[in-house]
Design a protein around this ligand. Structure first.
Ligand code: SF4
Length: 628
């Protein structure tokens, strides 16, 4: 049997199937056939995208299903599209696919991506209902897709297009790009989109209606699924602050909504009274707000009044802060189980503020319907370990299998060390400790023959250590900054990469929680070493404590699920920036004594082969064959 015939059974377009990748393909085909869900930990380099998309597409074509490839990363949209193009080219398979991102990011009107989702949804809905968006009315006439839109869609269907292309063509034709992408989705065998197209109940219901598909026929591939629990919790959380209240009051005054103005002033007084002597934050109950609010007016009527006022305000300006307050008050009436309510005070740009949040603790609240209904959900990531934790947190049922795969790369290409000489543990943070951390980091950076990246638990700790580090480090230093936009981050990375051609290389100082901690690929000589400095544990705030209590009650594993494993996942994500292909060679250092403690060491996959040593310079020299 030649290679083409052999691989055609699971639409694998890229030459030979790799070591471990074959097992992954077998597992996915089995899950699809048996209508099972799969949770897969598969390290970088295994080729998860092609190993999942090929078999899923084949099964979807043969069984009248649709594949939803869900990812939060732009680069993964590109990889998925390119994989589908390669399948089409190699096997001549007939199918169509569409790529869709968040509606506000596809909208023609400028500035929409800076709005909150709630604001944008209200704005877009009102424009459509009042026939005020020409792009929408050009797309649908009398609730039917227009002839022009169908003609443009037929043209787009000929190729597999990235979102950018769909936006560009739709804009030229004065059609709503989101409507176009969704319309293409109705005939597509593969839809590439963000998590919330399947997991946000409100978005999913309207999206599935638009594409005229049923959940029962969905094969869902969730890429980078380690992010899913936190993303879903944030999707189901909402807050208001004194800044929002202030703007809402100005709005009500400006547009003369007297009754709403008096409700808002009353609510602001309630917030101020609640936060009276508060120093940082505290947990509150639903009644803490509702009881005093009822003294202002009937709570339900107050929400209704604000919603109506917001609608009228949106006729005069794009967004309404009164609408934001109404959305929050509406959500605040929700369940207590699986949520925490937090009142906090702080200071932003010199101005004190009060913040009231209704935060979701339990992502399984929103996954339940999808898990029960979908044909198969395949969750994959290079850091989905322990997979049983993700099964618990996401609420997977008895038709779920978990699998963990080893790295396909030669083990000799990477040296993973724990250097136990320091710690960033809060109670042990002293000037002497920082001095030692800064010196060790500089020694490692100077010893590595090329570029190295250091990831700290926070920017403030990074900046403290950097003061010492810069005194000892002989290389050029780049700093990641949380305020950088996409273009600035890309520019910094390009400069950093250029330094890799020099003999000594450069150093990048970032954080494990920042965008470089998991959002960058630096293959080959671009990065020779990653150092994870300290443990990026969640701060022991009200929400973390509530998470620990909740997971303890529900799974008996509060500390592991809310505290320990999420920190190790961040460390593994940062560490993963180094080895991106089978020819890459590099070292990974975990710098903190706690990485050697059994409580934390057990969280790493067995094939990590962590070596605990204080003779790190000797190890680095040996690994890179440096003669001293
Ligand atoms: S209908 Fe389309 S173009 Fe109009 S506001 Fe909504 S997303 Fe934007």
């Amino acid at each position: 049997m030649n290679e083409k015939d052999d691989n055609e059974g699971f639409l694998f377009p890229f030459g030979n199937v790799r070591n471990e990748q074959d097992k992954l393909i077998v597992a996915i085909r089995h899950a699809l056939k048996e209508r099972k869900h799969l949770i897969i930990h598969a390290p970088t380099g295994l080729g998860k995208t092609v190993a999942s998309l090929g078999p899923a597409l084949k099964f979807a074509i043969e069984n009248k299903k649709t594949v939803f490839f869900l990812t939060s990363r732009h680069t993964q949209h590109v990889i998925a599209i390119d994989t589908l193009k390669a399948i089409k080219e190699k096997f001549g398979t007939e199918f169509s696919a569409t790529d869709i991102i968040g509606k506000k990011h596809m909208c023609i009107f400028p500035g929409m991506d800076r709005t909150t989702s709630g604001e944008f949804i209200d704005y877009c809905r009102q424009l459509r209902e009042e026939d005020k968006c020409d792009y929408y009315t050009n797309f649908r006439k009398n609730n039917k897709v227009s002839v022009k839109a169908r003609t443009v869609a037929d043209e787009l269907k000929r190729a597999i297009n990235h979102t950018e292309k769909i936006i560009e063509v739709s804009a030229q034709e004065k059609l709503c790009p989101y409507e176009m992408a969704a319309f293409l989705g109705s005939e597509a065998k593969v839809i590439i989109g963000d998590y919330y197209y399947l997991f946000s109940p409100a978005v999913r219901d309207s999206f599935f209606r638009r594409i005229e598909k049923k959940m029962e026929d969905a094969i869902v591939i969730v890429d980078e699924a380690h992010n899913l629990p936190a993303r879903l919790r944030s999707l189901m959380s909402i807050h208001i602050s004194s800044f929002i209240m202030k703007r809402a009051i100005q709005e009500a005054r400006k547009f003369k909504h007297e009754a709403v103005l008096s409700h808002l002033v009353g609510l602001q007084n309630v917030l101020n009274a609640l936060s009276g002597d508060l120093k940082d934050e505290m947990a509150v109950t639903r009644e803490s707000l509702m009881e005093p609010a009822r003294k202002i007016a009937d709570y339900d009527m107050m929400v209704e009044d604000m919603e109506m006022a917001a609608e009228s305000i949106r006729n005069k300006q794009r967004f309404s802060f009164v609408g934001s307050v109404a959305r929050f008050l509406d959500a605040w009436r929700g369940e207590d189980e699986g949520y925490v309510r937090v009142l906090s005070v702080g200071n932003f740009a010199g101005e004190p503020y009060v913040r009231l949040a209704y935060n979701c603790l339990d992502p399984s609240i929103v996954t339940k319907d999808a898990i029960e209904s979908c044909h198969s959900i395949i969750c994959m990531s290079g850091t989905l370990t322990p997979s049983t934790m993700y099964a618990d947190l996401l609420g997977f049922d008895s038709r779920t299998m978990s699998m963990e795969f080893g790295s396909p790369f030669p083990q000799d290409n990477v040296l993973r060390m724990v250097v136990p000489d320091t710690t960033t543990k809060y109670t042990k943070r002293t000037p002497q400790q920082f001095e030692k951390i800064g010196k060790i980091c500089a020694d490692i950076a100077n010893a590595v023959p090329g570029n190295s990246a250091f990831f700290f638990p926070s920017y403030s700790l990074r900046d403290t250590v950097a003061k010492i580090f810069t005194r000892h480090c002989t290389k050029k230093i780049f700093y990641e900054d949380s305020r950088m936009d996409k273009g600035q981050r890309q520019g910094l990375l390009e400069k950093f990469k250029k330094e890799s051609v020099s003999k000594e290389g450069a150093v990048l100082l970032g954080t494990a929680t920042g965008s470089f901690g998991e959002g960058i690929d630096l293959p080959g000589d671009f990065l020779k070493a990653v150092v994870v400095v300290g443990l990026p544990l969640n701060p022991p705030d009200v929400e973390t404590k509530a998470l620990i209590d909740y997971y303890n009650k529900k799974y008996g594993k509060g500390f592991d699920y809310a505290y320990t494993f999420p920190a190790i996942t961040k460390c593994m994500q940062s560490a993963g920036r180094c080895i991106r292909s089978e020819t890459d060679r590099g070292i990974i250092v975990f710098l903190d004594e706690r990485f050697a403690f059994p409580h934390y060491a057990r969280c790493f996959p067995p094939d990590y082969n962590l070596r605990v040593t204080s003779r790190y310079i000797e190890e680095i020299n040996n690994f890179f064959n440096i003669k001293t």
